[in-house]
Design a protein around this ligand. Structure first.
Ligand code: HEC
Length: 198
């Protein structure tokens, strides 16, 4: 458990101490929620990565863009339905404007960016908090940083092949998700779960 995990769990517990009842004690188990969230992220990252690899192998990177374009959202939605979690991917440098961060996500992404600039280990960068949504429900929210790997550079790096760039231009006229280097912060997974009986 790195410092952020520890401190954010502390944060969430402090925020909720007001509402602590016997039921709340049973329901609000931050380490358990963090564990569940990590499992959901693993499932999503695994499925997205697997689809991408298979698509590049079958038809090359230009064809794989189509897969990203049409499959990323349904895969994310499918994983979301498991155990009441809502999952998405977001970034400060977006390719698809539909993935734009909300205010909470924007703040966490900015926090991740400054931690990344200070040399934080992106593989361990995560933040969680219990917040109250617009409907007055308590929601457990968590974000986990997504670092850029070597295998991402073909589509998010600075030397994108012309045929690929052309396809990206056509699909994403406002694309900002290029020019990354391996090890950069690409964005984050964002998860939320409504907490019942609190
Ligand atoms: C074959 C090209 C391709 C490769 C390789 C690729 N991506 Fe992407 N990426 C895309 C496309 C296309 C989208 C837009 C998907 C959509 O429309 O939702 C995208 C979107 C994203 C998003 C969602 C946020 C946004 O900007 O819309 C993240 C995060 C992301 N990619 C990270 C990565 C990471 C990390 C890797 C390497 C592990 C990677 N990508 C490899 C093409 C690619």
């Amino acid at each position: 458990m790195n410092r952020l995990w520890a401190s954010s769990a502390f944060c969430a517990l402090t925020a909720l101490s007001v509402a602590t009842t016997a039921t709340a004690q049973e329901t609000l188990n931050i380490p358990q929620l963090q564990g569940e969230a990590k499992t959901v992220i693993k499932a999503l990252a695994g499925q997205l990565g697997g689809e991408l690899k298979a698509a590049v192998k079958a038809g090359g990177p230009v064809a794989a863009i189509q897969v990203c374009n049409t499959k990323a959202a349904p895969i994310t939605a499918q994983v979301s339905q498991q155990e009441g979690w809502t999952v998405s991917r977001t970034s400060l440098k977006l390719r698809n404007p539909n993935n734009a961060p909300d205010k909470w996500e924007q703040r966490v992404l900015e926090q991740f960016a400054s931690q990344a600039a200070a040399g934080a280990n992106l593989k361990k960068l995560a933040f969680s908090q219990v917040v109250v949504n617009d409907e007055g429900q308590k929601v457990f929210r968590m974000m986990k940083a997504i670092p850029v790997g070597q295998q991402c550079l073909g589509c998010h790096g600075s030397k994108i092949k012309p045929a690929l760039a052309e396809k990206l231009d056509a699909l994403y006229p406002q694309d900002q998700a290029r020019g990354f280097n391996a090890g950069d912060l690409r964005g984050a997974f964002s998860l939320q779960k409504v907490l019942v009986n609190l």
